[in-house]
Design a protein around this ligand. Structure first.
Ligand code: SF4
Length: 450
């Protein structure tokens, strides 16, 4: 059996098609990729584009050796609502596997009173494997199926009245897709949101809002939270269609007022537009807009809630100077970052291809990437500028990268540094004075007669 979707099989070389056609794409051979990383990088573009096709894409082929090739069968098509309901409506026990009996599983504590409303993500973030796992197209459960599960959660013996997450890979993509499905069927874009939201994308949060409100009416339920990451750029996107824009503004308000468990997780990931573009994320300006909306709604409703932003250091394209600027930008927002990570290459992502090959699969351009432990640590340290132990290292680094302007911005109250600075200035002044005196003395010395 050689044609099961979403499987790969090694076959005799005789099966390798002579050239690429509508249904088959012949990738650069494996041995050539080992010699030339540009070829490896170029392969990835085809892999991602085909994996994101609505019909599952073409079959991918690669020559492995003189005798063998690999065949990668097309992906499965997205599940319909009926199909996904069938899977989620099975009589799960909602308990960990019996082998864990008696043991505490922190991950289970976090998810036992949560539910997943859909699969798939059309964000296409370069570092994320979700679309490789679940696809770009959203498969949404029916309202009835979600309510049935929510009701089952409220009846669990240890339920205290709080659903921890009405979530999904991205919390607010439920029920979304293209207005014109025909366009989506032939679409090659890896992201429906980057570089800007697709005009064909229906971004209405109406169905999601209705489900939040229906769930909240269940007896025994005090609050339902959204613990999964929210795409604020999607929620705040202005379509120009008044009804959609009004519903989306209502969604933001409902989310912030009634579904935040004190801290709302969002993922701007960086502050540099250059890096964000490589990450396929929106400009940091949108984070400022969302933060101001978040603060306004909280203030109006007398709520004390926090926005928890996630950031990544050492992402391909990110320089140390970008991290220094990130530290200054987030400091100016009054944030002490906690939810951060240094870039970890994960298979089947654009970012990892860049990390490995040094080239962007879509443009073929060389992209800088911090790969040594020293370079990665040099970037990571900026997250924790507020830790006194990191201060000398950061000051030294800022001098090295010629960003001494940020020293005062990051450490305005740093007495040690400013004392050093004053001391340095005084020393320089004295040296000048000495030089001046010497010069004057030399000038005043009567010339020796020849
Ligand atoms: S046409 Fe637009 S909405 Fe449809 S898949 Fe492509 S980018 Fe997404």
């Amino acid at each position: 059996i050689t044609d099961i979707r979403q499987t790969a099989i090694i076959m005799p070389l005789a099966h390798l098609p002579a050239e690429t056609d509508r249904n088959n794409i012949v990738l650069n051979p494996y041995t050539e990729c080992l010699k030339d990383k540009r070829k490896q990088s170029a392969n990835f573009k085809h892999i991602e584009q085909q994996a994101n096709k609505f019909d599952g894409g073409a079959t991918l082929w690669q020559q492995l050796s003189d005798q063998a090739c690999v065949k990668v069968n097309p992906m499965y098509t997205p599940l319909t609502t009926e199909e996904i309901d069938k899977s989620y409506d099975l009589p799960y026990t909602r308990m960990p596997h019996p082998r864990y009996r008696g043991k505490r599983i922190p991950a289970y504590d976090m998810i036992r009173h949560s539910l997943c409303m859909h699969r798939g993500c059309f964000g296409g973030c370069s570092f994320c494997t979700i679309s490789a796992h679940q696809g770009k197209f959203i498969a949404s459960r029916s309202k009835a199926s979600i309510l049935k599960e929510a009701r089952a959660i409220t009846m669990m013996p240890d339920f205290k009245g709080y659903i921890s997450d009405l979530g999904g890979p991205s919390a607010n993509m439920y029920g979304m897709g293209g207005h014109d499905k025909g366009k989506c069927a032939v679409c090659m874009r890896p992201s429906c949101l980057h570089p800007s939201p697709c005009p064909n994308l229906d971004t209405s949060h109406k169905q999601l809002l209705e489900i939040y409100r229906e769930v909240d009416k269940l007896p025994g339920l005090k609050k339902s939270f959204v613990g999964s990451g929210v795409r604020y750029d999607l929620a705040m996107h202005k379509t120009g269609i008044q009804t959609t824009d009004n519903v989306n503004a209502e969604y933001c308000s409902e989310l912030i007022r009634n579904h935040v468990s004190g801290r709302l997780k969002v993922a701007p990931e960086h502050t540099s537009d250059f890096v964000l573009n490589i990450m396929r994320k929106p400009s940091f300006k949108q984070f400022y807009q969302f933060k101001s909306l978040f603060d306004r709604i909280n203030q109006k409703n007398g709520l004390r809630q926090q926005l928890i932003p996630y950031f990544i250091s050492s992402h391909p394209g990110c320089l140390e100077a970008d991290m220094a600027q990130l530290a200054a930008d987030t400091r100016n927002l009054g944030m002490h970052l906690e939810q951060v990570q240094d870039f970890t290459p994960t298979p089947m992502t654009v970012s990892t291809e860049i990390y490995y090959s040094g080239y962007h699969p879509y443009t073929g351009e060389a992209v800088y990437c911090a790969v040594t432990p020293e370079h990665k640590q040099a970037q990571r340290q900026y997250f924790f500028w507020y830790d006194k132990a990191n201060r000398p290292g950061i000051i030294k680094s800022l001098h090295r990268i010629n960003r001494t302007d940020l020293v005062r911005e990051l450490f305005p109250n740093c007495q040690d540094f400013h004392a050093q600075e004053r001391h340095k200035n005084k020393k320089q002044f004295n040296e000048h004075k000495i030089n001046d005196t010497k010069i004057k003395a030399i000038k005043q010395k009567p010339r020796r007669k020849l």
